[in-house]
Design a protein around this ligand. Structure first.
Ligand SMILES: [Zn+2]
Length: 211
């Protein structure tokens, strides 16, 4: 009989990173946000593409280069189609692509706001001795793992670190260093429910998990 409850938390970042740029219209350095729209420009067989950002104060636009002077044969047809159609999901993924944004902007503001959806994968929520939480993180998110666990389990970050030191919270394969890192796709957290307080933790972990 397996006594491990296997759950999945999907952590979805809510606010795309914002570059801070000098706005030529309203003056000063201002945060720009993605407009959700891309622009393509054809020059013979070569294409340029940009993601359009807007100044948060005056709506002045800034074009973030996605690619420049690229031969149409060398562009992923699915990407091209998505850019032409302003496909919401693909444009959103580009807006959250921090590495891509860093190539064009020096100062970038990141946000830790995220929503968490929980789902039971395997196990009986009524009888178990441990819980394994698999993290799905579809968009880059700067939320630290210890902050996520503290918020979702309803305990302090000090408590989260104490549980890790006591070996009741395990973070394979890299252990405690992971606690201070941003949440990432594929992270796994294992919680021991051997004592009463940990049992309460697990119940907190489970409270929204069914359904
Ligand atoms: Zn402006």
């Amino acid at each position: 009989m397996s006594s491990t409850l296997h759950v999945q938390w999907t952590v979805t970042s809510l606010i795309a990173p914002r570059p801070w740029l000098t706005c030529g219209r309203c003056g000063g350095i201002k945060p720009f946000q993605s407009s959700g729209k891309a622009r393509l420009n054809a020059n013979g067989k070569r294409l340029d593409a940009w993601l359009i950002y807007k100044c948060s104060d005056c709506e002045n636009t800034w074009n973030r280069p996605l690619f420049e002077r690229r031969n149409v044969r060398d562009i992923d047809p699915l990407l091209l189609e998505a850019l032409q159609a302003n496909d919401h999901r693909r444009i959103e993924a580009l807006a959250f692509d921090l590495d891509g944004l860093r190539r064009s902007a020096g100062r970038i503001e990141e946000f830790a706001e995220a929503k968490v959806a929980r789902q039971v994968l395997i196990g009986d929520p009524a009888a178990f001795h441990g819980i394994r939480i698999d993290l799905r993180v579809p968009l880059p998110c700067c939320l630290r793992l210890d902050r996520l666990l503290a918020a979702e389990l309803g305990v302090s970050r000090t408590k989260i670190h104490a549980l890790q030191v006591a070996g009741r919270l395990k973070l394979p394969p890299n252990g405690d260093r992971m606690l201070r890192r941003p949440v990432r796709e594929g992270m796994v957290v294992e919680l021991d429910a051997a004592s009463v307080s940990e049992r309460m933790l697990v119940e907190a972990a489970m409270s929204l998990a069914v359904g």
